[in-house]
Design a protein around this ligand. Structure first.
Ligand code: R5P
Length: 298
């Protein structure tokens, strides 16, 4: 890996401490010193301790859940006020990105609203596996995406996976890429979302009998999509079923839902830090950062 020529302070917010530390090590740049605390009424407080005037600063903070978005905005404000030369915001997970258009008249385009606020004190934004690429255009500063698929595929390779499944058409390209890296077959399912917690999978004959299968998606939220897909695969004779995602939200009883569907292993990256964060997104972020810093096109 190439190294950054300039000095850059890396400032990890409370939702991305592990990725920030990992980036600091990879890029050989210093971690900024900060104080974060919450007042008794739960309002957030941030104080910077380094003299960052005239310096490049990389702020790493997952924008999820809501409280972490407020933290990010306050950190950006402090960094801007302290006179940073260039502010790069890394959003390992960009919350609200699924509301990327008006599905019904009168709705907010949440992804746009959040992106515009983040853009206020940012010169560049990098996010990992956004739900749809077009959300990058909601930022009013240059915004780039990177993908954790290679890292996930590398992990799955070690598990001797021999079939990859995308739980819906939207995840097909991701599955195709992972399958190519693992050198195995892939397929996809047709999913219909009934509401926020219910999905319907159209039964389809899959070449999964006696295979070790991994289902790959960008997000696991309630676990409904994965649980239904696991059941379909087990019904069709899959030997084992792994579920892997970039962003593990694990909302509500997602973990229980996946385990009771007889999932053999749950894997996610550390864009949201959970017990299932088995691989890190720091590598792909660092590569993209170097490319954008060196103005190399993907
Ligand atoms: C939607 O299209 C996403 O790619 C995921 O499939 C979805 O967010 C998963 O949600 P859940 O875990 O609630 O089924």
């Amino acid at each position: 890996m190439a190294y950054l020529q300039c000095r850059m302070y890396i400032l990890g917010g409370t939702s991305a401490q592990s990725i920030a530390t990992n980036l600091a090590n990879r890029l050989r740049q210093p971690l900024a010193h900060t104080t974060y605390k919450r007042f008794p009424d739960d309002e957030f407080y941030v104080r910077l301790h380094d003299d960052i005037a005239g310096q490049d600063v990389l702020i790493v903070q997952t924008a999820y859940p809501d409280s972490k978005i407020i933290e990010l905005l306050l950190i950006q404000d402090a960094v801007h006020d302290a006179g940073a030369k260039k502010i790069t915001v890394i959003l390992p997970y960009f919350g609200y990105s699924r509301q990327d258009k008006k599905f019904e008249e009168g709705e907010a385009i949440s992804a746009k609203a959040i992106a515009q606020h983040i853009s206020l004190h940012a010169d560049c934004v990098i996010t990992v596996d956004p739900h749809k690429e077009h959300i990058l255009r909601f930022f009013t500063v240059p915004a780039y995406s990177c993908s954790a698929v290679r890292t996930i595929a590398q992990y799955l390779k070690g598990k001797h996976i021999d079939f990859i499944l995308a739980p819906d058409k939207g995840a097909r390209e991701r599955a195709k890429e992972a399958a190519a890296l693992i050198d195995c077959e892939y397929d996809y399912l047709e999913k219909t979302r009934i509401d926020g917690t219910t999905v319907k999978i159209t039964p389809k004959k899959l070449d999964a009998r006696d295979k070790h299968v991994a289902i790959i998606d960008d997000i696991i939220s309630t676990g409904g999509t994965m649980a239904n897909s696991i059941k379909e695969l087990k019904k069709q004779g899959a030997k084992s079923v792994y579920v892997a995602c970039t962003h593990g939200l694990f909302a509500g009883g997602a973990k229980e839902k996946l385990l009771s569907a007889n999932c053999d292993e749950i894997i996610s990256t550390d864009t949201i830090e959970t017990e299932f964060s088995k691989v890190s997104a720091a590598g792909t972020i660092a590569e993209t950062l170097l490319k954008t810093a060196l103005h190399i096109k993907n």
